[in-house]
Design a protein around this ligand. Structure first.
Ligand code: S3P
Length: 762
């Protein structure tokens, strides 16, 4: 209501609605509901060939008067709304052109046609050029009902109206039409004519065509239409729009032929693919399409409701997914695990802030990186995909992000929250970052404190926990920061904030941590320097889009490396795995334990080294894990503990207190689970001793262990099943989807015997 109060058409306007059907009638009704006419002396008139519609419009109080002839009502009109079907536009505009001198001197003309190029061309013909006071528009609202009797004052409320002004359109005329629609409660946005027609062909015209066609096909097959007696909700939902006005739709398809045909071609390709999947009984193919569609539909819903996609998704999903792992077996084959999580997050972030279009291949379609992707969509970045790991990001530049409608929900993703904290600290608008229950427990003071030193305003809850409230519009200054812990997330957060800061931001790390941010920034043309343990950049630079090929995630590959390393008879190749020197602790540690692990086909893709990893079973021995390897294998310890449990002798880990603040307290979670399985271990504050039996007999028993909703704990205990003497059940495995959505499929493919049990959450 308050929005409407400051909206006003000029006093004593004469609004002429040409075509008093559902759209024109609802506009009049909405204007009446907004008080137009009563106090300010505005008159609403209508012209319609059907005299009954005019009579009804007057009776319903929507219009003051009307006529079947345009000449009777144009005199002095200040605003003319052409609400006729697109193909009727030619004769209406032709007639209006002949009467143009009778309109008020600065009269504004607009239309509601569902296609815009055709209407523009008709206008050029009718008026001998595009009148500067003609503002083409399209309210995206409607109903399968037609006629003025179906008018609804709320039809446009919270719906979009797209205006497609042309180069010569007068700004005050555009503003007048914007005011008109905002008075009805609509959101008004602008787009160029061609884009409008492409977008509408896909989102509106194609679905109408399909609905008409489906109903007609069924009706023809069943002359007496008996079949409709049995049609229930699915049919009703899908075909409601087949009840729409045929004349209007004939006009739309005639006027927007090319764009509709393009959309139909794309649809036919998709349909053919699905047909083939059904014909071949290709369950995976069907699932892939349905899953993607379901997520997309869900995303659409969240846009409508202006809530977070992930938050809604979580509310719907039952959390209780249990893995049941049968003991024994071995692993073999050749597989490619999904894309690297760290690099996937960064590809979206830097792509979004770049100038130009970034194409990402190998993107991880896991919940964590999807949360990052979604957050940028909520800040106005157009992102296509993901589709089979391909994402196309239309960068908005360093200062092009828009304020999101609500808090940004990043689910389980610590990387997203910490890196976002840095880049959002540099924006002009306020933001709030929230996450799931696991993320809500994780320390954010490690980023909030140095950001505050840079001049950022960041609020956390008690003990530096999420949510994070970040105040925009601050001027940041570069700092020289000595990190108290070896954390790539903290380093990356500060570098991202540093891009928005005055002067240099320098970060010293106590031990080397993953350097994907530095590599990618350099790849995008933003210079990051390094000398010894310190890296730095200077604020105020720009990013230019560059293609990114995301290698497979060594952290996901680890589960299969360990599976093969501990299981007699195993022989496995993992293709295209990222072997960035700051990530290869797991390779060094496994080799030190005696694993038969070789790197083949080493090469570099987009600034990151990759290789195929070939691993065969070999007896392992317990070792003291060198502390310099800890940050380089920080995410791999849950799986490495299972390697240790199968090695001969004691494996000792120290200096790994960071494991206590991961998605769960990983030292505690692993110790608890290992104790249940009968694996001897001693827990310390910063590490653990694990006693392995070695040999080829089963090394421990089975049992039911908790993952503590931590994806890597869940996957570690799953592979432990290969050397257990009895089944292992792992509770709460749904978070595996955060980093490795295809884990179960790949695990089965290489030889694990694994079932999933889903239980409704209570
Ligand atoms: C990550 C850094 C590491 C790692 C996490 C991903 C990153 O966290 O554990 O899974 O992408 O920068 P820390 O920075 O907390 O060590």
């Amino acid at each position: 209501m308050s929005v409407k109060q400051d909206l006003k058409l000029p006093d004593a306007s004469r609004i002429l609605v040409v075509g008093l059907g559902l759209i024109g009638g609802s506009l009049a009704a909405a204007l009446r509901a907004a008080g137009v006419g009563r106090e300010d002396g505005t008159v609403i008139l209508a012209c319609d060939p059907n005299v009954d519609e005019i009579r009804l419009g007057v009776e319903m109080g929507l219009i003051d008067t009307g006529s079947t002839r345009l000449a009777d009502v144009v005199e002095g009109a200040t605003l003319v709304v052409l609400a006729v079907p697109v193909l009727a536009m030619r004769s209406v505009m032709g007639e209006l052109a002949g009467l143009i001198s009778q309109l008020a001197p600065d009269a504004v003309i607009t239309d509601v046609g569902s296609t815009k190029a055709a209407v523009r061309d008709i206008a050029v013909e009718a008026f001998g050029g595009l009148p500067p006071r003609l503002v083409l528009g399209h309210p995206i609202a409607g109903s399968e009902k037609s006629g003025v009797a179906a008018s609804d004052a709320r039809l446009y409320q919270n719906h979009k109206v797209i205006l497609t002004p042309c180069a010569n359109t007068a700004e005050d005329a555009r503003q007048c039409v914007e005011t008109l629609w905002r008075l009805t409660g609509a959101d008004v946005l602008s787009m160029d004519v061609e884009r409008h027609d492409q977008v509408l062909a896909r989102t509106s015209h194609l679905p109408h065509l399909l609905a008409f066609s489906l109903v007609d096909t069924l009706a023809r097959q069943d002359e007496r239409m008996d079949i409709f007696r049995y049609a229930a909700g699915g049919f009703r939902d899908f075909t409601r729009i087949a009840g729409s006005d045929p004349v209007m739709w004939r006009d739309v398809f005639t006027a927007n032929r090319e764009a509709v045909l393009d959309a139909l071609d794309d649809f036919e390709v998709g349909l053919k693919r699905l047909r083939q999947a059904v014909a071949q009984g290709d369950g995976d193919g069907m699932l892939a399409t349905f899953d993607r569609a379901r997520h997309a539909r869900h995303y659409f819903e969240s846009l409508l409701n202006k809530t977070s996609y992930q938050a809604e998704y979580q509310m719907q999903e039952p959390n209780s997914l249990r893995y049941l792992v049968a003991p024994g077996g071995s692993v073999s084959g050749r597989i490619r695990v999904p894309g690297d999580k760290s690099i996937s997050h960064r590809s979206i972030m830097l792509g979004a802030l770049s100038e130009g279009v970034t194409e990402v291949t190998g993107f991880l379609e896991g919940e964590d990186s999807l949360a990052t992707l979604q957050a940028f969509r909520e800040m106005g970045v157009a992102i296509e995909g993901p589709h089979q790991g391909r994402v196309v990001i239309h960068g908005v530049g360093m200062h092009g992000l828009k304020p999101p409608a609500g808090p940004l929900y990043v689910g389980n993703a610590g990387t997203a929250m910490r890196l976002f904290a840095g880049l959002l600290a540099g924006q002009a608008f306020d933001t709030e970052l929230t996450g799931d229950t696991s993320l809500a427990r994780r320390p954010m003071g490690r980023v909030a404190d140095p950001l505050r030193e840079m001049g950022a305003v960041v609020e956390t809850t008690e003990g530096g926990r999420p949510p994070l409230k970040i105040k925009g519009g601050q001027s940041l200054k570069g700092i020289d920061y000595d990190m108290p812990m070896a954390s790539a997330q903290v380093k990356s957060c500060l570098l991202l904030a540093g891009m928005y800061a005055d002067g240099e931001t320098r970060v010293r790390e106590p031990a080397p941590t993953r350097d994907h941010t530095e590599r990618m920034l350099n790849g995008f043309g933003y210079r990051v320097e390094r000398e010894g343990d310190t890296c730095w950049l200077r604020g105020g630079g720009r990013l230019s889009a560059a293609p990114i090929d995301v290698p497979s995630d060594i952290s996901s590959a680890t589960f299969f490396l360990v599976a093969a390393a501990i299981t007699p008879g195993s022989d496995l190749v993992l293709e295209h795995v990222g072997i960035n020197p700051t990530r290869i602790g797991v390779i060094n540690i496994l080799q030190a334990m005696g694993a038969d692990l070789q790197l083949h086909n080493q090469r570099e893709v987009g600034g990151e080294p990759v290789a195929d990893l070939h691993i065969r079973y070999a007896p392992l021995k317990g070792i003291e894990i060198p502390t310099d390897q800890v940050p380089l294998a920080i995410d791999e310890f849950p799986a490495l503990f299972i390697a240790a449990a199968n090695a001969e002798g004691i494996t000792r880990l120290r200096g790994a207190e960071e494991l206590r603040v991961k998605e769960s307290d990983r030292l505690q979670s692993m110790a608890d689970g290992m104790t249940i399985l009968g694996i001897d271990n001693t827990l310390l504050d910063d590490g653990i001793d694990i006693v392995g039996k070695g040999g080829e007999a089963p090394n421990y028993g089975g049992g039911r262990v908790q993952s503590h909703e931590d994806h890597r704990i869940a996957m570690a205990f799953t592979i432990a099943g290969l050397r257990a003497s009895a089944p292992i059940e792992v509770d709460d495995c749904s978070n595996v989807a955060t980093s490795f959505p295809s884990f179960v499929d790949l695990a089965r493919r290489v030889g694990l015997s694994l079932d999933e049990v889903r239980e409704e959450a209570v």
